[in-house]
Design a protein around this ligand. Structure first.
Ligand code: NAD
Ligand code: LMR
Length: 340
């Protein structure tokens, strides 16, 4: 009994099936930027996911150490670390999902768009490699500014002739995670039961939580509470950037959110029905070519981009006022990707 307790103890972090491959198919997940603030805890969480059979950790440096460390965890995934440009192809080959948290984070006083000049180039070069080595993989884009890096990825894939709009995702799960947490706190409902869609994009006012659709319903929240919850969700990233005071932005909550989203993608690929998450994807539900909304995930990635549902007047206003900023961030990404 003592032995049994020892072997199952860490599985409290995940489900019991953590220690058996069961009947899950082989799935390779690669993390680009795996040695970074998000990359390391995300590597840990993906190592704990029983749906992953192969975990490939890539960064420009320091991945051998991260990979050796994580590889000692007694869970299913086989771990390999790759460092430097010359190993990128090997890291990517055969991947089912590529998660990209590579790039610089914000410091206090910066907007996400201030990261564009550095991160756009990083994302572009990584996407060129993805198109070459694993053109069929689902791409989970975390690098900021997501509103622009996703359009950059789309343009790179179009140029390479590999673009499939069903397979490109901007990860906005952290906005949903925050909206759920803040709503549960204010509405005094059990956080584990809360659902709140968050639509639009992933920067400031482009983040539009739809608290009118939040469940469980709360009668105790007035208009001012909803405004405050909306603002806190929109400024959630800045709240962390300021608290870290120059040492970066959200890493742990982002790793959690990234792991939740990748898990949903894996379940979709494996044919689990009714997997729905919010994500920033190619979209026709507004006039903007990319938009975050609820998305049903399936064996080929996006199965269906779901509509916005009924909006309150406050949310309708928020939707109209986010469009100019989101549109210009998309255009900036497209323009950058098509330069030279
Ligand atoms: P970090 O600086 O701690 O880590 C970034 C890592 O990327 C580093 O290890 C670095 O070596 C690596 N990297 C740089 N260039 C690379 C390249 N060409 N190939 C592979 N790896 C490369 O930063 P972080 O805190 O992990 O944040 C990473 C990014 O994620 C930032 O752009 C940040 O703004 C973004 N972010 C997004 C969300 C979201 O909700 N989508 C949330 C938090 C952070
Ligand atoms: C976040 O929402 O935490 C990230 O986009 C990082 C940031 O710069 O705020």
């Amino acid at each position: 009994a003592a032995l049994r307790r020892t072997t199952t103890e860490p599985s409290r972090l995940m489900s019991r099936s953590c220690y058996s491959s069961g009947s899950h198919p082989e799935r390779k997940v690669v993390i680009l930027g795996a040695a970074g603030g998000i990359g390391q805890p995300l590597s840990l969480l993906m190592k704990l996911n029983p749906l992953v059979s192969s975990l490939s950790l890539y960064d420009i440096a320091n991945t051998p150490g991260v990979a050796a460390d994580v590889s000692h965890i007694n869970s299913r995934a086989q771990v390999a670390g790759y460092a430097g440009d010359e190993q990128l192809g090997q890291a990517l080959e055969g991947s089912d999902i590529v998660i990209i948290p590579a790039g610089v984070p914000r410091k206090p006083g910066m907007t996400r768009d201030d990261l564009f000049n550095i991160n756009a180039g990083i994302v572009k070069s990584l996407c060129i490699a993805i198109a070459k080595y694993c053109p069929n993989a689902l791409v989970n884009m975390i690098s900021n500014p997501v509103n622009s890096t996703v359009p950059i990825a789309a343009e790179v894939f179009k140029k390479a002739g590999t673009y499939d709009e069903k397979k490109l995702f901007g990860v906005t799960t952290l906005d949903v995670v925050r909206a759920k947490t803040f709503y549960a706190g204010k509405a005094k409902v059990p956080v584990a039961e809360v659902n709140v869609p968050v639509v639009g994009g992933h920067a400031g006012v482009t983040i539009l939580p739809l608290f009118s659709q939040a469940t469980p319903k709360s009668n105790s929240l007035g208009d001012e509470d909803i405004k405050a919850l909306t603002k806190r969700t929109q400024d959630g990233g800045t709240e962390v950037v300021e608290a870290k005071a120059g040492k970066g932005s959200a890493t742990l909550s982002m790793a959690y959110a990234g792991a939740v989203f990748a898990d949903a993608c894996l379940k979709g690929l494996n044919g689990v029905p009714d997997i729905v998450e919010c994500s920033y994807v190619q979209s026709t539900i507004t006039e903007l070519p990319f938009f975050a909304s609820k998305v049903r995930l399936g064996k080929n990635g996006v199965e269906e981009v779901l509509g916005l549902g009924p909006l309150s007047d406050y949310e309708k206003e928020g939707l109209e006022s986010l469009k100019p900023e989101l549109k210009s961030s998309i255009e900036k990404g497209v323009k950058f990707a098509n330069q030279s």
